[in-house]
Design a protein around this ligand. Structure first.
Ligand code: SF4
Ligand code: SF4
Length: 69
C-alpha cells in the first residue's frame, strides 16, 4: 500500500507538531521551511499526524498498488 500525504496549506500554521510526532520520519520540517513537506515513500499511513495536528490540516489517503520507494 502506498500512502499519499496531503497538506491543506490554508489550514496549516507551520507549528511543526506533525513532523515531531511522525514515527517514521515521513514529514520534513526545518526552521527554514514555512510549511511541512512529505518525505517520499516513508509514510506508513498510521495517521498519527492527522490526529495530532491541531488544525486538521493533513489528509492521508491510501493509493492502491505497490509501494513506491
Ligand atoms: S501539525 Fe498541522 S498545522 Fe502544524 S505544521 Fe503540521 S500540518 Fe501544519
Ligand atoms: S500517517 Fe503516520 S507515517 Fe504517515 S506522515 Fe503521518 S505520522 Fe507519519
Amino acid at each position: 500500500m502506498t500512502w499519499r500525504w496531503r497538506l491543506l496549506e490554508a489550514e496549516c500554521t507551520g507549528c511543526g507538531i506533525c513532523a515531531d510526532v511522525c514515527p517514521d520520519g515521513a514529514i520534513l520540517m526545518t526552521r527554514e521551511m514555512p510549511l511541512p513537506a512529505p518525505v517520499s515513500g516513508r509514510c506508513t499511513g498510521c495517521r498519527t499526524c492527522v490526529h495530532e495536528c491541531p488544525f486538521e490540516a493533513i489528509v492521508v489517503e491510501a493509493i492502491p498498488g505497490p509501494a513506491v520507494r
